[in-house]
Ligand binder design. Structure first.
Ligand code: FAD
Length: 472
């Protein structure tokens, strides 16, 4: 049994001041105790921003000895409350914001090594400066940090082509809960030497240690890119279109995003300045993006694809970008949907994944069941190519969350039960955090949960790392 955790108190603060320089202490705690969805309000006994791995190690050694909880904090953009601890003794919030160095860019090995506090956008820029691509891309990329991306195994827009954060990481440096430092910043693509600590820490959401640096994979930069927004009659047609796109473009498809008419309606209502390129708002559409690393004209290729889609009865209208700014305009449409959702205010949001072939049936069944309960608006959009849907439920037009015919917990239960029935996952890319702890307990495989608890107990016997996140 882990011993009871203790809050940060005057004595601990004295000890922290004895081992850390003064620039590690943050005066303001408020920015570190809120999160984007406003569902959790965190506590902080002290916010520390170490400038080096040895300082992270010193903090964890002391926290482990005194039984003080530690909450790792990256950019604070996590959507499941993993970065804020609302209950329990006041923790140390450990921010990586000062550890932002790009350590090494190695085009020959196809790698970039960075400290964990590097902002995702800065890593993309550093890769581009070496004429390479770091493909992880998500709407929060101006704020989220690589350590947070890896700790949540982030997905985003390019998973279809390049994989999620896990697939993009070769090596890690991390501080384990007892303060020991794992020097695992390898540039090896193959290393079959026993249990994979890297894969354990990726997706562990700060519960097994603090990631302090990472070696990431780089790719050839697409030389020419284009996007198309195509109207489809249904999600089933969108799936057929995906198969057609695979035949046409192979590896060159960077993204294949499903967009529901409700999302476009929300944009009209909340962000009218965003230009909607199609004259009539379609019930369903897909955004296809291709990037060519060799030769070829992506606009001509997408136009030919659109014609083939029309001939096959899979698309009735559409637009192919003719320039970089038109492509950016189409992406702005897609990337503004989460902001529009936020402004409308969801009753319940779901980041689910399903076998790709089950998606049309899932959307139909879930929508029918929710509509049977009463008036609701459903905005279902996401990364169709990866089987990842954001299935978000909103009040009917002119109504508020309080008017919902079902409480949020019942909606979540209905959706997640159905997802489980279809062999899907209740968390595709955002993680478990604190929001989905009960879901993991309910839907997690018992043997896997037992193994997870055993791993947690072995690496963090005092339970100091991010208590209450992922596991109860
Ligand atoms: C507008 C918007 C769009 C988004 N789009 C996507 C998307 O498309 N795909 C997607 O996957 N996510 C998305 N997210 C969610 C979020 O951006 C990601 O989860 C991101 O990876 C979190 O990174 P962060 O640095 O902000 O981490 P934080 O929010 O600070 O932390 C997240 C979790 O990681 C832990 N953690 C942070 N740093 C470390 C570290 N160095 N070591 C150990 N643990 C650590 C924290 O304790 C916490 O549990 C979006 C969020 C927003 C606000």
């Amino acid at each position: 049994m882990p011993r009871a955790l203790k809050p940060v108190d005057a004595d601990l603060l004295r000890q922290l001041h004895a081992i850390l320089p003064v620039d590690c202490f943050r005066a303001e705690t408020t920015p570190y105790t809120t999160e984007p969805r406003g569902l959790f309000h965190g506590r902080a006994g002290v916010v520390l921003a170490p400038g080096a791995t040895e300082q992270v190690a010193a903090i964890l050694r002391l926290a482990n000895r005194t039984g003080t909880p530690v909450v790792p904090y990256g950019g604070g953009t996590g959507l499941v409350g993993g970065q804020v601890m609302p209950d329990g003794p006041d923790p140390i919030v450990l921010s990586l914001e000062r550890m932002t160095q790009i350590l090494d860019v190695n085009p020959a090995d196809g790698t970039i090594s960075v400290q964990a506090g590097a902002i995702l956008h800065d890593v993309q820029q550093a890769a581009a400066a070496a004429d390479r691509l770091f493909p992880l891309s998500l709407a929060a990329q101006g704020s989220c940090r690589i350590g947070g991306n890896l700790a949540t195994n982030a997905g985003g827009l390019n998973v279809l082509r390049y994989g999620n954060a896990r697939a993009l990481c070769l090596g890690l440096e991390a501080v384990l809960p007892d303060g020991s430092v794992w020097h695992g910043l390898t540039r090896l693509y193959k290393d079959n030497t026993g249990y994979d600590l890297r894969d354990l820490l990726i997706g562990s959401e700060g519960t097994l240690g603090v990631i302090t640096a990472a070696t990431l994979r780089l790719f050839a930069r697409p030389r020419a890119e284009a996007a198309a927004l195509l109207v489809v009659p249904s999600p089933a047609a969108a799936l057929e279109l995906l198969a057609l796109a695979r035949g046409h473009f192979g590896e060159a498809i960077s993204a294949f995003e499903l967009i529901h008419g409700t999302g476009l309606e929300f944009l009209d209502e909340t962000l009218p300045d965003i230009r909607q390129p199609l004259a009539r708002r379609p019930p369903w559409s897909v955004l296809v993006d291709i990037g060519l690393t060799g030769g070829g004209d992506p606009t001509a290729m997408l136009s030919a694809f659109y014609e083939a889609a029309e001939r096959a009865g899979l698309s009735s209208d559409g637009i192919v970008s003719q320039s970089g700014s038109q492509r950016a305009g189409l992406w702005q449409l897609r990337e503004s949907i989460p902001e529009a959702n936020k402004r409308i205010g969801s009753i319940a949001s779901h980041d689910i994944s399903l076998p790709v072939s089950a998606i049309p049936q899932f959307i139909e069944t879930a929508s029918e069941r929710l509509n049977a309960a009463g008036q609701l608006r459903i905005n279902c959009f996401g990364h169709l190519g990866d089987g990842n849907l954001h299935f978000n439920v909103f009040p009917a037009r002119g109504q508020s969350r309080a008017d919902s015919p079902l409480p949020p917990a019942d909606i979540r239960r209905l959706v997640h039960e159905l997802v489980a029935g279809f062999g899907g996952s209740f968390s595709a890319e955002h993680g478990v955090g604190r929001l989905k702890v009960a879901d993991l307990k309910r839907y997690g495989d018992p043997a896997r949960l037992a193994a997870m608890r055993a791993i947690k107990a072995a690496l963090d016997p005092n339970g100091i790392m991010n208590p209450g996140a992922v596991l109860e």
